[in-house]
Unconditional design. Structure first.
Length: 123
């Protein structure tokens, strides 16, 4: 499923992944992914999502849930890793699945491809 910019913004806003724009944040902060305590304990971090990237982020979220957002933020920051192993496993899961999607773009055929992998073997 592909989302346009407005649909993407609405999906992500309703999912509650942006900083809360009701607390006096400006419009840029309202489109910033809240990543506090994600990459390190007691860390404040946010990743702004430009309009052009909203459909990609929405698609990743739609396909993989919050794991897709972690993957996107990691990729935007030179494949940044977290100090938390569970976050890194989630990123690796999406990375592996996206590699499979790229190698096998036809979803009907991909559904019958017998592909397996182990999470954590490279991280």
């Amino acid at each position: 499923m592909m989302f346009d910019i407005e649909e993407s913004r609405e999906l992500l806003k309703r999912a509650g992944v942006f900083y809360d724009c009701d607390d006096g944040y400006d419009s840029a902060e309202a489109q910033t992914l809240n990543q506090n305590d994600t990459w390190g304990w007691a860390s404040a971090f946010g990743q702004f999502v430009p309009d052009v990237d909203l459909p990609v982020v929405a698609e990743l979220f739609f396909s993989y849930g919050y794991c897709g957002i972690l993957y996107w933020v990691s990729r935007k920051n030179d494949d940044m890793k977290s100090e938390f192993a569970d976050v890194n496993r989630q990123i690796e899961f999406v990375r592996r699945e996206e590699e499979i999607r790229a190698a096998h773009p036809d979803s009907s055929k991909r559904a019958y491809e017998h592909i397996s992998y182990t999470i954590g073997e490279q991280w």
